[in-house]
Design a protein around this ligand. Structure first.
Ligand SMILES: NC(=O)C1=CN([C@@H]2O[C@H](COP(=O)(O)OP(=O)(O)OC[C@H]3O[C@@H](n4cnc5c(N)ncnc54)[C@H](OP(=O)(O)O)[C@@H]3O)[C@@H](O)[C@H]2O)C=CC1
Ligand SMILES: O=C(CO)COP(=O)(O)O
Length: 339
């Protein structure tokens, strides 16, 4: 049995707390917000996971020391915009090579760093790993079969973390390609906003399939230019997570996109969804990275224009449809060129 702390009491952190408790581990849930902890203690349920009872044995705390000291694993489940300040706050309490698993998805806007890079910068003594894949908290909380990937700096760390999480409804794969995983997880949220916008405009399955397929092409183009492995973008943390996020009503990014497609502003949509819409924060960072690595990301460019420059959603779709004519796969030769 391991001692695990979940850092952040949002829906994903709580779903993972319930899963890990079912696997027999001792769980502490930490939040920076006293009010969140008081509600979880009192109601033993998270508002976004109705019907998922939080076992009595889970300890809830706002005490940093209680959350960190002596734990076998810290699961960083705060929204990406709080990753740096939370890591900074807890840093001095983290022991050398203490394991930290980031489960949030995002890229920091002003530094364009991935979340594991931020944690490593703030807590250099930690052994940092990531977990990502198609996994809505609402379904994991209900024990619906789910597959996911753990990436780590060593195989031993990845295998250890897998041993804590894996059970008959939660299958865990492992990989050394942390960068590819994190880029896939962050960038799919921006494409999911586009998929939601298309739904909000009343478009259909053809449009959705186009956005998913061309979206993963964009993600892989940037991701491989940055050093991620192409195969990772074809896997659970790439196309897998993109499909689930573009297709599911559980997705906050898709739901925010639908509202924007229906005519709401970005701020109004975020207000209405009332949970973290990570794609809005990753969109600008993605554009910055596209410029830095000199790759084309037309869908992500149009999402930025709609979110931040006042372009109408319908105009953005028109611009995507009428952009320069292209080959589908850029380096396939024509028969006549081989003669
Ligand atoms: N929900 C899902 O299905 C999945 C979510 N994720 C990722 O997990 C991350 C968290 O998402 P989710 O749990 O759904 O988000 P929620 O909107 O449910 O919760 C927001 C998170 O932000 C934290 N937070 C809010 N204010 C502060 C603060 N001042 N300081 C520190 N932390 C704060 C909350 O902590 P607290 O509650 O303690 O206040 C909570 O962990 C996101 O990056 C998301 O992309 C990944 C896979 C699945
Ligand atoms: O990452 C997720 C599922 O894998 C959750 O996506 P949303 O943040 O859009 O809800």
């Amino acid at each position: 049995m391991a001692q695990v702390s979940i850092i952040g009491g949002g829906s994903w952190g709580i779903a993972l707390a319930v899963l890990l408790r079912k696997n027999g581990h001792e769980i502490t849930v930490w939040s920076a917000l006293e009010r969140e902890i008081a509600m979880l203690r009192e109601f033993r349920e998270h508002k976004m996971l109705p019907g998922v009872k939080l076992p009595e044995e889970i300890v809830f705390t706002t005490d940093d020391r209680e959350a960190v000291e002596g734990k076998d694993l810290l699961v960083m489940a705060v929204a990406s915009s709080y990753t740096r300040e939370t890591a900074h706050r807890l840093s001095s309490l983290v022991a050398p090579r203490q394991k930290i698993l980031n489960v949030a998805k995002g890229i920091e806007e002003h530094t364009v760093m991935t979340l594991s890079e931020i944690i490593e910068q703030e807590i250099p003594q930690a052994d940092v790993a990531v977990m990502s894949g198609p996994s809505h908290a609402e379904e994991v909380g209900r024990g619906i079969p789910t597959t996911i990937v753990v990436g780590a700096g060593t195989k031993a760390t990845a295998e250890y973390i897998r041993s804590l999480f894996m059970n008959e409804v939660f299958r865990v794969y492992i990989t050394p390609d942390i960068l590819g995983m994190e880029l896939g997880g962050a960038l799919k949220n921006v494409v999911a906003l586009a998929a939601g916008i298309a739904d909000g405009l009343g478009y259909g399955d053809n449009t959705k399939a186009a956005l998913i397929t061309r979206g993963i092409t964009e993600i892989a183009r940037l991701g491989t230019a940055m050093g991620g492995k192409f195969e990772t973008f074809c896997g659970l943390t790439g196309i897998g997570d993109l499909i689930v996020t573009c297709a599911s009503m559980h997705s906050r990014n898709r739901r925010a996109g639908i509202l924007i497609g229906q005519g709401k502003t970005c701020e109004e949509a975020m207000e209405e969804v009332r949970m973290v819409v990570e794609g809005v924060y990753s969109a600008k960072a993605a554009m910055e990275l596209a410029r830095k690595y000199n790759v084309q990301m037309p869908i992500i460019e149009q999402v930025n224009a709609v979110l931040f420059e006042g372009r109408s959603a319908a105009q953005a779709v028109k611009e995507l449809m009428l952009r320069d004519k292209k080959l589908e796969v850029s380096d396939l030769p024509w028969p006549e060129e081989n003669r």
